[in-house]
Design a protein around this ligand. Structure first.
Ligand code: FAD
Length: 319
């Protein structure tokens, strides 16, 4: 096959995002004797080369550029288009993140190429690339086969087991021509968060309407902090203004795949399951033994979350 697979890495708060390492792991499988090429965009990104080298790239293109430091659609579309032309990539992998979702379809359209969005995996089968993606709100999986031409894909975070393959890749500086930008980012005002990114969190403690108020999230927050996880929510809790919509998980919220998802006072509506049913282990805490969430849960606790969650926190403190 000898494919050239280009991975657009992404950094956040001065760190490379885990999904970039997942994309590099997939790229190694797909290249099949071809080339794995990593791209680093922004200022100071040369410092990430060593980390990227852990995942077997043949080449690392470093696009040290002020215009790429903060994401803007125009700048990234121009840079990625020029880089793809330069390296003649066959397969272009990005994270299914806010950036990946915005830039991938635009650049794919420029090359009149296909895009497989929100993949949970990709493999080589009989020399063809087979992408897997969930459909019907996670009830079924679709396989998309590619055997010719250029293809773009975005990968859902937390679905690929990382495989290290330390190398010393060839590092190539690349300066794209970035011009006529229609948007300029003047200032970024960040919301105060727990620090753990919900879409990449390994542990999520999620609250629903059963938390009954803003204060009801406090025991969940305490447990999340203890376990190094993030707090999520159902739309029921967001609609009731118990928490911010940025925490919403589900069909119209974030899609998450943590190792552990603890649903507290969430009934398990299909729209909520669409965002979390692929979690590796699901624990449900609900007063109602008939709640649908128990049908997808690996472990179910029938009880009052205000009694169960503090008990769990106490036990984890002892561990
Ligand atoms: P409820 O269904 O009211 O469930 C509350 C649960 O808490 C109950 O099961 C109850 O037994 C339990 N409970 C109450 N008190 C306690 C206690 N003290 N201890 C333990 N358990 C307790 N929903 C999403 O979550 N995400 C989405 O992205 C989303 N998108 C949607 C898109 C569309 C187009 C539509 C129509 C709906 C969408 N919804 C979404 C809404 C979804 O249908 C449900 O209404 C919502 O998920 C319900 O939230 P909930 O489970 O918190 O509330």
């Amino acid at each position: 096959m000898n494919k050239k697979v280009l991975v657009l890495t992404e950094s956040k708060n001065g760190k490379l995002r885990n999904v970039s390492f997942e994309a590099l792991t997939v790229a190694q499988q797909l290249a099949d004797g071809g080339e794995v090429i990593a791209a680093l965009l922004g200022t100071g990104v040369s410092g990430f080369v060593e980390e990227v080298n852990q995942y077997g790239p043949d080449k690392v293109y470093v696009l040290e550029n002020e215009e790429l430091n903060t994401y803007t659609t125009d700048a990234y579309v121009q840079a990625l288009t020029q880089l793809i032309n330069e390296v003649q990539a066959d397969v272009i992998l990005l994270g299914h993140t806010a950036i990946g979702k915005d830039v991938a379809p635009r650049v794919a359209a420029k090359f009149a190429a296909g895009l497989v969005a929100d993949c949970t995996g990709a493999d080589l089968e009989n020399g063809e690339i087979v992408f897997t993606r969930p459909i019907y709100a996670g009830k079924a999986f679709q396989k998309k086969v590619f055997n010719q031409g250029k293809v773009f894909a975005t990968l859902r975070p937390n679905n690929v087991e990382l495989k290290k393959n330390p190398v010393q890749a060839e590092v190539i500086p690349f300066q794209p021509v970035i011009k006529d930008l229609r948007t300029v980012v003047k200032e970024i005002v960040r919301k105060a968060t727990s620090g753990v990114d919900l879409s990449e969190a390994k542990i999520i403690i999620s609250g629903g309407r059963g938390v009954k108020g803003k204060e009801g999230f406090e025991p969940l927050q305490e447990l999340a902090e203890l376990l190094g996880g993030a707090v999520g929510a159902s739309r029921g809790a967001c609609d009731a203004e118990y928490c911010d919509y940025s925490l919403q998980i589900g069909q119209t919220g974030k899609v998450v795949t943590p190792d552990l998802y603890i649903a507290c006072g969430i009934s398990g509506a299909i729209q909520h399951l669409a965002g979390m049913s692929n979690s590796k282990t699901i624990v449900a805490i609900n007063k109602d033994p008939e709640a649908p969430i128990f049908q997808v849960a690996d472990y179910g606790i029938v009880g009052d979350l205000f009694e169960v969650v503090p008990l769990l926190t106490e036990e984890f403190k002892k561990a």
